[in-house]
Design a protein around this ligand. Structure first.
Ligand code: HEM
Length: 468
């Protein structure tokens, strides 16, 4: 706890209860110089940001304002901390941006998250329909079923302390396996769970920190490569089984197997493995963390829980997953959780050509960091930014750049609608059927887990079935 904020309004140990106050507005230059920023070495700036993104961001924003010259191991460039500057980046010509090499090293060079320009557009066009509209609706029942099954197994031990994040991880792994592989008869769920959990665990901060450490001599990197090797072998076996059966299947693996490029050539197995790795890894850990924060705030703020229960109870005991996923206060709780404890702190774009931004010009080859965490905590947009108040999402509409926990522009998270529905259904099941009490009185700390941020102690709770 810091700065004397009331316990229930303090999300985790952040340096100040006033969000990210800005330095005085800088005069916008008419030439191509970059703004001022810290002069510390790249390794130092990177380490500060990796290990304490909120604290470090708050400090540099307070000192330098919304545009900050940066020097990181991923490259020199500029960091932006306002919705207006984020909008300029997200609206920029996507063909002018590359992805930083870190992303390709982790997910694979051919993954949609790592490609750029024409290839990226083709991949998005192929995969987008699977994550929108009717397709999402077809996943809702599975999301709810998996959730209720997992929660039911907890009823046997009502007084045991449970680490919420472990529960949400296993839940979201099962949901992503179910929705990505459909009803593949050959799917070994237990093996899938182990492989995915190991892969996520192997992306340590040291592996992220510097590309010079992503080498065979560095044990954590070898560990990651071994986990990735087990993942690839698993996908190869499934591909071989489908090819042997002479069918592709009506799921994501089938979609990738059926895909043809403009010359009619199929996707090669290496690309399929990269896409599957991206979807399965990016598609569960992020959402699990966001749900855990949602549960944490529901447990801390009984008035929010009461309002949510009233909304859910009014839908009736037989409410369809579609109507639950659309419930406004429930959606606002999801947004409020993503805002106050952003799972992804920043997104990065590498400029191919000079890029005008906020009156500056970012030179070709330099990097733009969009500090999502700073915008989501900007007191000009979100007064009392460290207060969890879902109502703010019902009182006004935020633009795509003002509320961007999923990034923005042509690279905005492919799974955003999927994640929002999943968060809504899991939080609804917990709130409707369970009483949750926090096992610890100290506030949770938000710490770097890998590429994402999450609760240090995983949100330790006791779950008891709600008296009816
Ligand atoms: C609460 C959960 C999630 C959060 C906070 C989140 C956040 C993000 C962010 C910030 C980006 C980068 C966007 C940018 O560069 O502008 C991203 C990209 C991506 N996410 Fe998510 N994500 C979540 C869940 C998911 C899920 C469930 C899936 C898949 C099922 C998914 C798949 C992807 C993919 C494929 C990309 C790369 C998009 C591209 O580069 O074109 N994410 N996500």
């Amino acid at each position: 706890m810091v700065d004397g904020a009331a316990p229930c309004t303090q999300p985790y140990k952040v340096p100040s209860s006033s969000g990210y106050p800005r330095a005085m507005a800088q005069s916008v230059p008419s030439h191509s110089s970059l703004p001022p920023g810290p002069r510390t070495p790249a390794l130092w700036q990177t380490a500060r940001f990796i290990f304490d993104p909120h604290g470090y961001t708050q400090k540099i924003v307070a000192r330098y304002g919304d545009a900050i010259r940066t020097n990181a191991t991923t490259g020199r460039g500029i960091a932006v901390a306002s919705a207006e500057l984020s909008r300029e980046v997200f609206a920029g010509d996507p063909d002018n941006f590359e992805v930083t090499s870190l992303v390709g090293d982790i997910f694979g060079r051919r993954a949609v998250i790592a490609t750029a320009r024409a290839r990226h557009r083709r991949q998005r066009k192929l995969m987008n329909p699977r994550f929108h509209g009717a397709r999402i609706k077809s996943f809702l029942a599975a999301m709810q079923r998996v959730t209720d099954t997992h929660l039911a197994t907890r009823a046997a031990t009502p007084d045991a302390v449970l680490v919420m994040n472990l529960l949400t991880q296993s839940l979201t792994v099962d949901i992503i396996l179910e929705t990505i592989f459909g009803a593949d008869p050959g799917l070994d769920r237990a093996r899938g769970r182990t492989i995915l959990t190991e892969a996520v665990g192997a992306v340590t901060p040291s592996v992220i920190g510097s590309r010079y450490l992503r080498r065979g001599w560095f044990a954590p990197w070898r560990n990651f490569e071994a986990a990735r090797g087990r993942f690839d072998a698993w996908i190869d076996e499934m591909l071989a089984a489908r090819k042997a059966r002479g069918e592709t299947g009506d799921d994501m693996l089938g979609l990738l197997l059926d895909a043809r490029d403009e010359d009619g050539a199929p996707m090669d197995d290496a690309e399929i493995r990269d896409q599957m790795f991206t979807l399965l890894v990016a598609g569960h850990e992020t959402t699990a963390t966001a749900i855990s924060w949602g549960v944490y705030y529901l447990a801390r703020q009984p008035e929010v829980l009461a309002k949510l229960r009233a909304e859910l109870d009014a839908l009736g005991p037989q409410a369809s997953p579609e109507s639950i996923a659309k419930a406004p206060y429930l959606s606002a709780i999801g947004s409020a959780s993503l805002r106050i404890a952003p799972v992804v702190t920043d997104v990065v774009r590498v400029c191919r050509n000079d890029f005008p931004l906020g009156g500056y010009v970012v030179p070709a080859g330099q990097t733009i960091f969009v500090l999502l965490c700073a915008v989501l905590r900007d007191p000009r947009l979100f007064p009392e930014p460290t207060v969890f108040r879902p109502e703010r999402f019902l009182e006004r509409t935020f633009t795509a750049a003002e509320f961007a926990p999923f990034g923005g522009g042509s690279r905005r998270c492919l799974g955003a609608a999927f994640a929002e529905s999943e968060m809504a259904l899991v939080l609804a099941s917990i709130a409707r059927d369970w009483d949750v009490t926090l096992a610890d009185s100290e506030p949770e700390e938000c710490v770097r887990r890998n590429l994402t941020m999450g609760p240090k102690h995983g949100v330790r709770v006791r779950l008891r079935r709600r008296a009816t």
